[in-house]
Design a protein around this ligand. Sequence first.
Ligand code: CA
Length: 516
Amino acid sequence: MKHLTLTAALLMGTTLTVPAFAEGHLPIAEETLELTVHMHHKRYTSYDESWPVEQAARKMTNIHLKDVTVGSNTDNSEEAMNLLLATGKMPDIVGTSRIKDVVFQYGPEGAFLPLNDLIDEHAPNIKAFFDERPEVKAALQASDGNLYYIPYLPDGKYGRAYFIRYDWLETLGLELPETVEEVKAVLEAFRDNDPNGNGKKDEIPYFARQWEELIRLVTLWDGRSSGSDTYHDFFVDDGQIKHPYAQEGYREGMKNLAQWYAEGLVDAEVFTRGSSAREYLLSEDLGGMTHDWFASTAGYNTALADKVEGFSFKAFAPPASISGKRIAEHRRIPIKPDGWAIGYSNDHPVETIKYFDFWFTEEGRNLVNFGVEGEQWTMVDGKPTFTEEFLTNGRPVNSQLYEIGAQLHARGYYQDYAYEEQWSNAFALEGIALYDEGDYLIDQFLGVAMNADEQKIYDKYWSSILTYMKERQQAWILGTGDIETDWDDYVATLDKMGYSQVIKAMQSAYARQYGN
Ligand code: CA
């Protein structure tokens, strides 16, 4: 299928020449070509030329990346970027976490090369990706309409799921909850009927590592908590930018969640327990239900098998909301703000874009996703497959890959979910299959590139508006305010604080970018 797409893209392109993707598209350069690179991410604060992935890429492409990273002594990529910008010199390639912010600001000012024509003429694999995913290309455009970076593109659809103690349900003779009313009834039973069997009323029916996962439950009343994989983000409703915390469904959801909290259906310490909540409440046989990542949460079934008798904490389908909608609001975002760009003074833009394109070819994609063939993986039935030794040596797979220069998020590449599937827990895969049966995922807000005027409005108002929203949110849950009584004042205050101006600025950026 991939090849068909590529062929179609080639035939349609008018500027593409056959040699761009003929046999022997490698090496990219006849003679060794060195390109300088600044690469910074909290996991790796410089580009390591001895990474096996770099060494293999050199052999295939004849392009050698030479590390000139500035600010390697800090693990703060933004700080390193400021240091780099202060030097006034731009390397051939700049790769960093949050490069989106950098290129959106400095690309239109001339610090980076626009990639649009280079991609059309010399990067058939990247072009084929964009042809298939026009929304991704639109999201990458800066306010001047140009594209300045190739991002890290995560693969795999699912992020978080609802998890519940199946063994507790069985102990209490309950069915899996299918609706918001049934969820409430189950949580009440967890609270009252001693499913852990210790004779104490110590169960915590709903808990979360991130308190935002309590707010997430407003979706059960047709509210929204975020439009992307970032908490508190805007969302798009029928072409209109909105913020979740100013909508009616949110009001209804919050009213009910405050009630749940008051009735002890939610962890009393949900705002303060923090990241250890899941580990603690599951291993102590206290927690009943949460909303958390598939793989790591499913992993407790194995980890606690010997510690908690009968332990079975598995995913269940999103319960139906009051209007009967089942949605998985959280999903993996298709584009990360990380990746790489070409510095304005690069003397080899064509070779560089071909090099970027290499990571989207089959060879390059296998290399960046799985590591070096014959070392970390071998081809089995036409599929890159990690070796037994690599998967069972007891070390986390991701750490091993980062160490050899694979799966580097400051490199622009398209992840292959197969890399993760090969070491995902069976319980996680079972849950994902369950979510695949329903059409629960919803579209994500992919962000907007604001021009200077829009950005000025956003910067002036947004941070204090969001602080106020979160302050009220917490008060309503904790019962120090009543959302029904407060709502009109709340909406009026948001407006006084500049809410509608922010929405207007974002809407104009959105219309420009996505051609609404
Ligand atoms: Ca108990």
